[in-house]
Design a protein around this ligand. Structure first.
Ligand code: MTE
Length: 319
């Protein structure tokens, strides 16, 4: 994600992760990677990860999901060492370290707004609401990089049904924790805090919309949004709010943080759409982390089953 006026944006901000990694790889692994480069095969990240693989405590009893892709998973060390989590840092390599002492217990989530069952729920109770599933989703960042992650959670609709929204609730708003003592990024006005995101009710109720508390077989690492986030795989990554403390039901469209910060660049819908360029770069292609060659970006990130949610809508206007 980018902040500030276009002229102020450092080029490092718009360099996709894979480019960084491949630059490092090229330096560290030039001797061995030559053949791979010639054939266009994927480079691997030779940089020392700050988080060791599979460090997250296991979640038992995982069910496989029919929504999973069979594409190759992005290595855990990449997904946990290159993060957009502005509450901790605008530098994507820093959240792993900066969030390592983040307190994710006790943790409650307030359910309020236009809903019959307003309540404050403990995150551990939320995690037990439905059997946990492993869902291997593609995830596309608006910056042009993408990952394939075995997330863990269950459909957000399970929580929404239990909250029992009123008929006038047309949207769901998610709010991230505000705690500048723990989240150093919030001491700086790069965004208006706390981070807010939203979905239309039918989007939130779609079975693909995931309430997520784990990845790669274990609990969510802090830098990936512990203890509770959403993952909306057909939308650009910024729609997937991390470290959620409030879920509010409302009749009016929430003002999401990135739209508030740069309305000409980041809309409310933010469906992955190769035909709608970001004002400052094309969205036609993406680079999968750890790979060298870019691949075409697919409409709705390849999740065609959501297309009917938008029938009749002009997705160029509603970007
Ligand atoms: N949620 C909060 N609270 N703060 C953030 O800065 N960044 C978003 C999204 N959710 C962000 C957030 C963006 S831009 C992306 S691409 C994804 O988180 C990245 O998730 P990941 O680090 O697990 O890949």
């Amino acid at each position: 994600m980018l902040i500030g006026k276009p002229a102020e944006i450092p080029s490092s901000e718009i360099t996709p992760k894979a480019t960084y990694l491949n630059r490092r790889n090229f330096i560290a692994g030039a001797a061995t990677a030559g053949a791979a480069a010639l054939t266009g095969a994927a480079f691997r990240d030779f940089a020392e990860p700050t988080v060791t693989a599979q460090a997250n405590p296991k979640i038992e009893g995982l069910r496989k999901s029919p929504f999973s892709t069979t594409e190759t998973e992005t290595p855990y060390k990449d997904v946990t060492n290159y993060n957009n989590f502005y509450e901790f840092s605008t530098d994507k390599y820093e959240p792993a370290e900066a969030a390592k002492n983040f307190k994710t217990r006790p943790w409650t989530v307030t359910i309020d707004g236009d809903v019959k069952k307003k309540q404050v729920l403990d995150v551990d109770a939320i995690m037990k609401m439905a059997p946990p599933e492993e869902r291997i989703y593609r995830h596309r960042c608006v910056e042009g990089w993408s990952i394939v992650v075995p997330w863990i959670g269950f459909s957000l609709s399970e929580l929404i049904k239990r909250a029992d929204p009123l008929p006038k609730a047309k949207f769901v708003e998610f709010t991230t924790l505000y705690d500048p003592k723990q989240m150093p990024g919030q001491r700086v006005n790069v965004l208006k805090w706390p981070y807010v995101e939203g979905l239309r009710m039918d989007e939130a109720m779609h079975p693909l919309a995931l309430l997520c508390f784990g990845m790669y077989g274990g609990v969510l690492p802090n830098q990936d949004g512990a203890p509770l986030r959403v993952v909306i795989p057909w939308k650009y990554g910024f729609k997937s709010a991390k470290s959620i403390v409030r879920i509010r039901f409302t009749g009016s469209q929430p003002l999401n943080t990135w739209q508030e910060s740069a309305p000409n660049e980041y809309g409310f819908y933010s469906n992955v759409n190769p035909n709608v360029d970001h004002p400052r770069w094309s969205q036609a292609k993406e680079r999968r982390l750890g790979e060298f060659i870019k691949r075409p970006t697919l409409m709705f990130n390849g999740y065609d089953q959501v297309a009917s949610l938008y029938s009749g809508m002009d997705l160029k206007k509603n970007f």
